[in-house]
Design a protein around this ligand. Structure first.
Ligand code: IMP
Length: 192
């Protein structure tokens, strides 16, 4: 089975390629010559994931899945949430987002947060969604250099290493995206 993963994020591609069985070939956007920015104009993860997956199915004709992820922080009323990628502004990089979160949470006792991923799968025009969530704490400084995005400041509950201190395999075991992908794979295995 061939499936396009509708992302330009090479870290996400690497994470997911480690999880899927050999019988499922994951194609990147580059593999299908899709060089455009995918639309994600909604204010929630569910609709954004669906928008991206249907964009590829409708315009390129491939069965496809897309994910949308947000970091939801309790004392920030669920922000950055669906705006996680550009929390510090349109042109920002991950470091800017991290510094914005750390400054907004300076002195806060409640550090509770979660990562939530929604995966939309479009197969032959039919749409299915899978959710993965991991709870943790926002630590007041960066730990580790692995991973991407907010990984250095996210300490999953029950662990003493941030996501950025874990290997891809360790992170996949417990992460939002790892959990959502496991649900996706269980579903696909019933189809192939
Ligand atoms: P996206 O819209 O699903 O690509 O995710 C939005 C933003 O959330 C990304 O640009 C990252 O900043 C952040 N993000 C998504 N997944 C992760 C993760 O696994 N670790 C850390 N940050 C993440």
């Amino acid at each position: 089975m061939k499936l396009v993963f509708a992302t330009n994020n090479l870290n996400k591609l690497a994470e997911i390629r480690m999880l899927v069985p050999f019988s499922i070939e994951i194609l990147s956007l580059k593999d299908i010559n899709c060089n455009e920015e995918l639309p994600e104009t909604s204010d929630n993860l569910e609709d954004n994931a669906a928008q991206k997956a249907f964009y590829i199915f409708d315009n390129f004709g491939y069965n496809c899945f897309a994910d949308d992820t947000g970091l939801e922080i309790d004392v920030l009323d669920g922000c950055p949430g669906v705006y996680s990628a550009r929390y510090a502004g349109e042109q920002c990089i991950a470091e800017d987002n991290i510094q914005k979160v750390l400054s907004e949470m300076k002195g806060e006792k409640n550090r509770d947060a979660c990562f939530r991923t929604i995966i939309s799968l479009v197969i032959d025009g039919k749409h299915f969604q899978f959710e993965g969530m991991v709870e943790g704490q926002i630590i007041p400084e960066k730990w580790g250099n692995n991973g991407f995005g907010y990984d250095p400041i996210f300490l999953p509950n029950g662990f003493d290493e941030s996501f950025a201190q874990m290997s891809i395999q360790q992170k996949n075991e417990i992460s939002h995206r790892g959990l959502a992908v496991k649900k996706l794979i269980a579903f696909l295995k019933k189809k192939i």
